[in-house]
Design a protein around this ligand. Structure first.
Ligand code: HGY
Ligand code: MN
Ligand code: MN
Ligand code: MN
Length: 419
């Protein structure tokens, strides 16, 4: 029988060029002129991307499965069919002006691990799976991490299937053509057991590049709260309507956002507060705005700060919005997540075996790993991206860094798969 992989063999099987070519092929689907990607959740582009990956999987004899919320799993069997799998993955949906590596890297790194083992005929005791979590970004369908959230039971399946985008298309409707792109996929239930979950991701920040390191050993993910604010004003003539009788939704929004900036002020610059979307209607220069809709993305590593300042958002919005009525829709809290030390140590040992210098670091960005940590031990490995730029078409990473992170991933996955 084939020897099970000695961990130090596996990382060297990773093929840097093949991994790079996969990024170029996937990045071309929804590719934009500036070298970014617009492949939003459950669009025709995502269907093409899934078909491409399923084709690669079929060539290698891997299994393909999907679950009721549209997560997709590529599976390589182990020698012990009763063993629960080691899973690694991320997302292939992107921001509207996203980059080629955010999410895609974690899926392609996981796939490269399965492929390199298969081509080398290296067996593992446990099965290995590459996972594609549906709608991580939450730009088309708010909020994000829907696939991983439903998988672990933190989000309800039916309401998430009923969720609509701004054109009124529901997840349920949008899923149909996307799942039709992989007819060979078998159906599996939600929350199938996972022995351990690992995710490779670009850092989406400047620290690794500044330290001259290729590898980040992720120890935690900061907490996040998201809100949608709607302000009802009254449309009126810009020339004739006296200020005292106006219900100007935009001046209300300005007061609210100024007050929230005050609330979120932090001399230590740890608080992350972002109004990323602001829509004014009717948007005519000589009509007093009748309606404003804006988003809030608030993050912090400390649960108490997240609760206190997050809970103040609604009170401040209603108070400062007067006399315009204000509705605040909260999307719950993704609490901070601290990864179990044994998994973090496994990832760090993988880097050490490969003699790749690394540093422990928290994640400022959210990841599916944060949700999966509810049902399995989780770890992550970061690689640098140029100037830390992400959620931007200018997002770039190097083939060497992507391969280095994948080597560490391979080492950790195989060690866990033979445990
Ligand atoms: O927003 C996030 O943190 C993730 O990159 N979608
Ligand atoms: Mn991501
Ligand atoms: Mn992202
Ligand atoms: Mn007129």
């Amino acid at each position: 029988s084939q020897p099970t992989a000695r961990p130090n063999l596996v990382g060297t099987l990773i093929d840097e060029d093949r991994l790079w070519q996969r990024h170029e092929a996937l990045g071309a689907i929804g590719g934009t002129p500036k070298g970014g990607v617009n492949r939003q959740a459950l669009t025709a582009e995502e269907a093409v991307a899934r078909k491409l990956i399923a084709g690669w999987a079929k060539e290698l004899g891997f299994g393909i499965a999907t679950d009721p919320i549209g997560n997709m799993f590529i599976r390589r069997e182990g020698t012990d069919p009763t063993a629960t799998p080691v899973v690694s993955g991320s997302h292939i949906d992107t921001q509207p002006t996203g980059g080629k590596y955010d999410g895609a890297y974690g899926v392609l790194a996981a796939f490269e691990v399965l492929e390199s083992l298969e081509r080398a005929g290296v067996k593992t005791r446990r099965p290995l799976e590459a996972a594609i979590w549906m709608n991580e970004e939450g730009s088309r369908f708010q909020p994000g991490c829907v696939g991983s959230g439903v998988f672990v039971g933190k989000k309800e399946l039916e309401p998430m299937l009923d969720m609509q985008d701004r054109a009124g298309i529901s997840v349920r409707e949008a899923l149909v053509p996307v799942l039709e792109a992989t007819p060979e996929a078998t159906q599996r239930p939600l929350n199938t057991p996972i022995h351990a979950y690992l995710e490779a991701h670009i850092e989406q920040g400047p620290r690794l590049e500044a330290e001259g390191l290729q590898i980040g050993i992720v120890t935690s993910i900061q907490g996040m709260r998201r809100f949608e604010i709607d302000i009802e004003g009254e449309e009126a003539h810009a020339g004739t309507t006296p200020r005292k009788s106006r219900k100007d939704a935009l001046s209300a929004a300005v007061r609210i956002i100024a007050a929230l900036e005050e609330l979120m002020h932090d001399p230590d610059d740890v608080v992350r507060f972002t109004v990323g979307r602001l829509e004014v209607s009717p948007g005519s220069p000589n009509v007093v705005p009748g309606h404003v809709h804006f988003s809030i993305d608030f993050r912090h590593p400390d649960t108490k700060v997240l609760k206190e300042r997050g809970d103040a958002v609604e009170r401040i919005a209603v108070e400062k919005g007067a006399p315009c009525p204000v509705t605040v829709k909260g999307f719950g809290t993704n609490p901070p997540v601290h990864f179990p030390t044994d998994i973090v140590d496994t990832v760090r040992r993988g880097a050490a075996r490969l003699e790749l210098p690394s540093m422990d670091m928290p994640s400022g960005a959210g990841h599916d790993a944060g949700l999966i940590s509810a049902v399995a031990p989780v770890g992550m490995v970061f690689v640098p991206c140029v100037k830390g730029i992400s959620h931007n078409e200018l997002e770039r990473a190097s083939a060497a860094d992507l391969a280095a992170g994948t080597r560490v991933l391979a080492e950790a996955m195989v060690e866990l798969a033979n445990s």
